[in-house]
Design a protein around this ligand. Structure first.
Ligand code: BGO
Length: 271
């Protein structure tokens, strides 16, 4: 029987360790990721040993700059994860969703484990979970790793989306950027796996050399992509990397405004 691999991703202090420890109990393997001194933890799910949980290092972004970010993105792009549980600190929604946009772009199905709901509840801060889920296009499971609530539901949802084989959704950005990404996808043709095509289109737009090096692009393709980038930079009057950063922020700002300050029609209790 094939094992199912679920990755736990999230910002530092989002509650990943608490979640991982509860879901795996004592069945953990600790080591290092190959070539770096970043700790690697994995373990079997307590309730189903066919499920392997892979704890990823806590990160804010998936740029290629820190060993933790590189480990996380290399692992996710290696395609071994069947689903990602993105642990999001609900008390810091906007900041945490920045990483979410990038996790979704890997093409791996994502479920949000919306953690720290006990704090939100205690402070009486409203958040509309249905709108968050709708706006993102991924399932959102409210939880509290501290109170051990909602964690198994998140795994259940991850299993479901891993086996669903449905279309994955991506955050959409300003049309001027979307046009450039569509043109890059055209240039790429079938050089990249369909599932990871959007990831590579965005990374190539950002002139991410590490991503480019993993592809076998012709000089012609490289030239065409560079032309698309330069035209778009003129249109935005900004550099490519900053364009993508701004578009991610615009997306999460709008999404947060949509769901914060408003109650859900379903009520939960986490305390
Ligand atoms: C300390 N609710 C609440 N209230 N707290 C939570 C929840 C939750 O749902 N989930 C996690 N925490 P990690 P990363 C701490 O350690 O799992 C808390 O980095 C403290 N420690 O207990 O480590 C969790 O792996 C002293 O808090 O996150 C931990 O993602 C005083 O959030 C912190 C107060 O969780 C980070 C808190 C000595």
């Amino acid at each position: 029987k094939n094992k199912i691999e679920i990755a736990l991703a999230g910002n530092p202090n989002s509650g990943k360790t608490s979640t991982f420890n509860h879901l795996t109990g004592s069945m953990q393997h600790v080591g290092n990721w190959p070539g770096v001194t970043v700790e690697r933890k994995s373990g079997q799910y307590r309730k189903n040993t066919q499920i392997e949980l892979q704890d990823l290092p806590g990160i804010y972004s998936m740029s290629p700059y820190t060993p933790e970010e590189i480990v996380a993105r290399d692992y996710l792009l290696s395609n071994s994860a069947n689903a990602i549980i993105d642990i999001v600190d609900a008390t810091n929604l906007e900041r945490n969703l920045y990483l979410t946009t990038q996790l979704m772009e890997t093409g791996i199905p994502v479920v949000i484990g919306l953690n720290m709901m006990d704090i939100l509840e205690k402070q009486n801060r409203p958040l509309n979970i249905q709108k968050l889920s709708y706006g993102l296009g991924v399932p959102v499971v409210p939880m509290s790793a501290l109170k051990k609530k909602g964690l198994n539901k998140a795994v259940k949802k991850a299993l479901y989306i891993a086996q669903e084989h449905g279309e994955v959704q991506f955050p959409t950005y300003d049309n001027r950027l979307e046009v450039a990404l569509a043109e890059i996808l055209d240039v790429l043709g079938n050089t990249v796996p369909t599932r990871q095509a959007r990831w590579f289109a965005i990374k190539l737009f950002e002139r991410d050399e590490k991503a480019e090096a993993t592809l076998d692009l012709s000089e012609m393709q490289k030239k065409e992509i560079e032309e698309i980038i330069q035209i778009t930079e003129k249109v935005f009057d900004d550099d490519a990397e900053a364009i993508v950063v701004n578009e991610r922020y615009n997306f999460v700002t709008q999404l947060s405004a949509l769901c914060l300050g408003e109650r859900d029609s379903i009520s939960f209790t986490f305390s």
